[in-house]
Design a protein around this ligand. Structure first.
Ligand SMILES: Nc1nc2c(c(=O)[nH]1)N[C@H]1C(S)=C(S)[C@@H](COP(=O)(O)O)O[C@H]1N2
Ligand SMILES: [Mo]
Length: 247
């Protein structure tokens, strides 16, 4: 309905001339609507097939994978966990689930694992290929039993920037995608602090900032309105990055 109104408004605007584009209501609607168009188009192009991000050969792994954003976590709690190999660390699954979980790293590693060699693309203009291993997010969601009202997964992180802790979110389509994994292993070794120890999200059809590092847990929610400033992620809230960062 919204799209039909928009198309009608665009048609009307073209008929009457485009001299005042910036002032017209439909221009604002187009800009606001661009993100959902992107999501619809990105998903729609697959005609119902699951769209997989490209995977590479182990021989194509980049010799150096830089750290970006926070590359250390400035918290006593985190430093204590790092010092003892994350043995008492727990990954929590809360919100709209039948069975809230608190999984140890050993438990995460005991689940069925997926290994994938993928390219990370950062909006700041660099890319790197690495091999990632961890359970699929879908496996953890199945264990927890997602309740019908859940529409988004919110990813909570141990690190903070000036305005508060980093966080991210995705919808159920990306959450259940086969290449969406919680990686504890990078290029065959434990994930280093630089790249998000002990656990980071790999959400391969989206840009770098969606790949939350230093995970502490996830929350299943109906709406993102009450999470942070309501835009679904730290950079979305504070610098206006798009929530849907499909590539
Ligand atoms: N918790 C947390 N996750 C994060 C960030 C961060 O600063 N904190 N930076 C994001 C950005 S912008 C990118 S490009 C990648 C960088 O991952 P890397 O440090 O492994 O290169 O992590 C993303 N996830
Ligand atoms: Mo990034």
């Amino acid at each position: 309905m919204q799209r039909r109104n928009l198309l009608a408004a665009m048609a009307a605007a073209f008929l009457t001339g485009c001299s005042k584009i910036g002032e017209s209501a439909w221009f604002g609607a187009l800009v606001d609507g661009a993100e959902s168009w992107h999501r619809g188009l990105h998903r729609g192009l697959g005609f119902g097939r699951i769209q997989m991000a490209p995977e590479f050969d182990r021989s194509e792994v980049s010799p150096f994978f830089r750290g970006n954003g926070n590359t250390e976590v400035d918290s006593d709690d985190y430093r204590a966990h790092l010092a003892n190999g994350f043995t008492d660390w727990r990954f929590t699954v809360t919100g709209l689930v039948d069975n809230p979980l608190a999984l140890s790293l050993a438990e995460m590693k005991a689940l069925r694992q997926r290994t994938q060699v993928t390219r990370h693309d950062c909006v700041e203009g660099w890319s790197a290929i690495a091999e990632w291993t961890g359970p699929q997010l879908s496996e953890i969601l199945a264990l927890a039993g997602v309740q019908p009202g859940a529409r988004y997964v919110v990813f909570r992180c141990a690190d903070s920037f000036r305005q508060g802790p980093y966080y991210e979110s995705c919808d159920m389509d990306d959450a259940l995608h086969p290449q969406t994994i919680l990686a504890h292993t990078m290029n065959g070794a434990d994930l280093p602090e630089l790249n998000g120890a002990p656990l980071r999200l790999r959400i391969e059809r989206q840009l770098g900032y969606k790949h939350a590092k230093y995970l502490t847990g996830i929350e299943l929610v109906t709406s993102l309105d009450d999470i942070g400033l309501g835009q679904g992620g730290y950079w979305e809230d504070h610098v206006g990055y798009q929530w849907y960062a499909g590539i």
